[in-house]
Design a protein around this ligand. Structure first.
Ligand SMILES: Cc1cc2nc3c(=O)[nH]c(=O)nc-3n(C[C@H](O)[C@H](O)[C@H](O)COP(=O)(O)OP(=O)(O)OC[C@H]3O[C@@H](n4cnc5c(N)ncnc54)[C@H](O)[C@@H]3O)c2cc1C
Length: 415
């Protein structure tokens, strides 16, 4: 087969969250990286990570995400600074105690070293920026916000809030759940607001967290305790917007008492509490992930309820698949902005992501529904799954992100 002529391509990434930075780093980690010029726009300053301060935004990252970040050249920096493995999970129905009718996973029983890692948002971004900063063909434009976008026959043109004009062969919209690019191009979405917010804080506990992720399903929404490296736990408490706002206003002692009660004192008393923030919750799914010269990735394409901690994991897999599709296209001499190329990414990711958005929505409704027999039925369901080793193993493979057709960068074994 004749070799395709070498053509340099420009990709413009809108959004410097973990997914936008992730796709940039994956494009640069390939042997053909010199074929790309990458420009990334992000309104916020470059992420600044400090050992003394644990970011309030943390994620439960799956094994597949760990592999993707390793392929992107960021995992060794993350692991060397701060990544907290969780080796057990304990999930229970809120109307019963933590020891009755719970679903428990233990990585040792399942032959796995861990079930994933809790990692700070700022640290992921910091380590991705570190690897990208070393590349001559990458321009990271922090403090720069996209204001407008126009798609032409042979390129895409954007205007920034400060009046600069830029052009590219393909634009990747990684600008989050309220994606400006998606709005400007009028790409339709299905959107379901939950009328809920997630309150996030780090808390000290009387008993050690035992490298366990704890989750209690209350009728008002789930509360999770995720183990941090410094011995504290990160809480993610999904509840009605009114209650979330009231929790943010409480004094520390009252807030700690509320968290202890909501977690049924599973780790004893709450002994300290950090600052708190809240995030509004909604399910969003774009009806199409791409248009001519434009692809949506991460939360710009799909936003899921955080009850199973899947949003970032899906987004990093989008980044891995899209980088693979773009690299293959350029290798074959195709135009990476061609809709037929971008649809290869959509075909690989849309079904998987939609299934997760729907599964999280069903779980949320199942556990927040009131009814005389529903709590016992939920406990029976959890107990049944807990008693079936092969079903539990299948759940864990799913949670580790190791099922389905995975891109090469997500399959890699960590040395
Ligand atoms: C409480 C909570 C807990 C969660 N826990 C987990 C978890 O445990 N595990 C997990 O996998 N997921 C979790 N998630 C989901 C996760 O937060 C998201 O899926 C993830 O942040 C998406 O990353 P992203 O890079 O796509 O978007 P974002 O992180 O939202 O980044 C988007 C970026 O785009 C930038 N941007 C916006 N507009 C513009 C513009 N006009 N021009 C240029 N840039 C722009 C923003 O400044 C931002 O930096 C959780 C979510 C919540 C709310």
């Amino acid at each position: 087969m004749p070799r395709a002529p070498v053509v340099n391509r420009t990709v413009l990434i809108v959004g410097g969250g973990p997914v936008g930075l992730g796709v940039a780093a994956l494009l640069m980690s390939n042997p053909q990286a010199e074929r790309w010029t990458v420009r990334l726009l992000e309104p916020n300053p470059a992420p600044d990570w400090s050992d003394a301060d644990v970011d309030l935004r943390v994620y439960a990252l799956s094994r597949a995400s760990q592999h993707v970040l390793e392929s992107a050249g960021a995992w060794s920096g993350i692991a060397a600074r701060r990544a907290s493995p969780y080796r057990r999970m304990h999930v229970w129905e809120g109307e019963y105690s933590a020891s009755v009718g719970a679903l428990a996973f233990d990585s040792a029983e399942l032959g796995e070293p861990d079930l994933g890692h809790i990692v700070e948002d700022r640290l992921i971004r910091h380590c991705l920026v570190e690897t990208l900063s070393a590349r001559a063909n990458v321009e990271l434009a922090f403090g720069t916000e996209l204001a407008d976008v126009r798609v032409t026959a042979d390129g895409v043109e954007v205007t920034t809030r400060d009046g600069r004009e830029m052009t590219a062969d393909v634009l990747l919209a990684a600008d989050g759940g309220a994606s400006k690019v998606r709005g400007l191009l009028e790409l339709p979405v299905i959107s379901v607001p939950y009328g809920q917010e997630a309150v996030v804080a780090h808390v000290g506990t009387e008993q050690p967290h035992a490298e366990t992720a704890w989750q209690r399903f209350l009728r008002t929404g789930p509360i999770a305790l995720l183990p941090l490296e410094d011995g504290r736990s990160s809480i993610v408490w999904s509840t009605s917007s009114d209650r979330a706002q009231a929790l943010l206003r409480l004094g520390d002692d009252d807030f700690m008492a509320e968290v202890a009660a909501a977690t049924d004192h599973v780790l004893g008393a709450i002994t300290s509490a950090s600052a708190r923030v809240s995030f509004p919750l909604r399910a969003v799914h774009a009806r199409q992930y791409c248009a001519q010269r434009v692809a949506l990735i991460g939360d710009a394409a799909h936003t899921v309820h955080p009850l199973a901690g899947q949003g970032m994991n899906l987004g990093l897999l989008d980044a891995a698949v899209l980088a693979e599709v773009l690299q293959d296209a350029v290798h074959r001499g195709e135009d990476p902005g061609d809709l037929r190329v971008l649809r290869r990414y959509e075909r690989r990711q849309k079904g998987r992501n939609l299934r997760t958005v729907l599964a999280m929505d069903v779980l949320h409704r199942l556990f927040t529904r009131a009814g005389p027999m529903l709590a016992p039925a939920r406990v029976c369901g959890l107990t049944l799954v807990d008693s079936l080793p092969f079903v539990k193993h299948a759940f864990v493979r799913e949670a580790l992100g190791l099922v389905g057709e995975l891109p090469q960068t997500a399959r890699r074994r960590v040395a």
